[in-house]
Design a protein around this ligand. Structure first.
Ligand code: AHM
Ligand code: MG
Length: 360
């Protein structure tokens, strides 16, 4: 006789249960989240078979930052678009791989949500078979026209209605929040269903790991260097060092720290003084993970304050990221406040630009 599981809690059932907690819910967000889970299954399958079907390697297209896109990026981007273009749940989409807002085709109606996504984060890792992920964030439409505009996209992370990621590792996982805790599901490939395996995730204490590309320490500001020394137990009160783990796929690094306790950081620097903001994207990467961290009892900062409170001024805005357990992230803020006056001035000038003046 086969052993019977005590419960079989699928992602569909879970999302529906969450919906029932909102009496006025129409079910649109539920179906949108379920469509993202389905997109995740398709991308997971393509990721697994990538080597076999020979879709690895660069295409000729270059994304809006001049980086070469991999074929799997293009595939993942396309799947998410096609999954959502016709459902009448969205008024617009925006993807890390597109320079401008993605309009809903005029042949289809529109809805009350905006979807932002990074279709394949960490894609430079694909060719060497290292885990990658998809990040998504959902805002409510705030303008009154039929179609979405940049104003609907340039909202603070604080206004997100949902966010999540799919993680294509040894197992495929989907983690999401609608502001009622963070929940994790593992794909059972034999039945093609995401099963609830990590309900109500809380970042455990104490933090065990730190994740950063220390190869760039040369470019870091004094405050960030001191913070890193503090993590190692060298600067400050001399606590037990945290172990360093850096995969270079933010989802993989973030996920480990979410489950085991730790802090990930990709700081701004003064390597190019008029670009003091680091690498990561506020709208496609940082906001979603900041919302998840906050819902799991953690914290995400740009080094000055909560990432969820940053008013975006442009679609591809970049942001320094310190994310994980609250205490180390607040230590980073403290070291930066003490040591990095020039950097703070330069970064504030960038961060606090007016979206209206820039034509948003
Ligand atoms: P991508 O969206 O182009 O893949 O870039 C984001 C990725 C993150 O997943 C990761 O943390 C970071 O880039 C790694 O950058 P670096 O190679 O500079 O350490
Ligand atoms: Mg990315």
């Amino acid at each position: 006789m086969l052993p019977m599981p005590k419960t079989l809690y699928t992602i569909e059932r879970h999302i529906l249960d969450q919906e029932r907690k909102h009496p006025g819910a129409t079910g649109e967000l539920t179906r949108l989240l379920y469509d993202m889970a389905l997109a995740g299954k398709i991308i997971a399958d393509a990721t697994t078979r990538a080597g076999l079907v020979n879709i690895l390697g660069a295409t000729e297209s270059i994304n809006s930052y001049g980086e070469t896109q991999k074929k799997l990026d293009v595939f993942a981007d396309d799947i998410i678009f096609k999954m959502n273009d016709h459902t009448e749940r969205l008024c617009a989409m925006a993807s890390e791989e597109h320079e401008d807002l993605i309009d809903i085709p005029t042949s289809f109606g529109t809805g009350k949500y905006v979807l932002l996504y990074d279709p394949l984060d960490g894609s430079s890792n694909i060719d060497v078979n290292v885990a990658v992920g998809t990040i998504f964030a959902i805002h409510r439409k705030i303008t009154h026209g039929e179609r979405g505009t940049l104003t609907d996209v340039l909202q603070k992370g604080r206004s997100l209605v949902a966010a999540g990621y799919m993680f294509y590792g040894p197992s495929t996982m989907m983690i999401y929040t609608t502001g009622q805790g963070v929940h994790g599901f593992t794909l059972d490939a034999s039945i093609g269903e995401f099963i609830l395996t990590h309900p109500n995730i809380r970042i455990p204490e104490p933090p065990l790991y730190y994740s950063a590309n220390q190869g760039y320490e040369k470019y870091w500001t004094a405050g960030v260097r001191r913070f890193c020394k503090w993590l190692q137990g060298i600067d400050g009160e001399g606590h037990t060092p945290l172990s360093q783990r850096y995969i270079g796929s933010m989802i993989a690094d973030f996920h480990r720290n979410l489950i085991e306790g730790g802090v990930f950081f990709y700081p701004g620097d003064m390597k190019v003084p008029d670009k003091p903001y680091g690498k990561l994207r506020l709208l496609f990467e940082a906001q979603a993970l900041a919302f998840i961290a906050q819902q799991a009892g953690g914290y995400a900062s740009d080094g000055l304050g909560d990432i969820l409170d940053i008013q975006p001024h442009q679609l591809h805005q970049r942001v320094p990221v310190f994310i994980g357990n609250r205490a180390p992230v607040e230590m980073a803020e403290q070291f930066i406040a003490e040591c990095d006056k020039d950097w703070i001035k330069a970064y504030r000038e960038y961060r606090d630009r007016d979206p209206v003046l820039l034509g948003a």
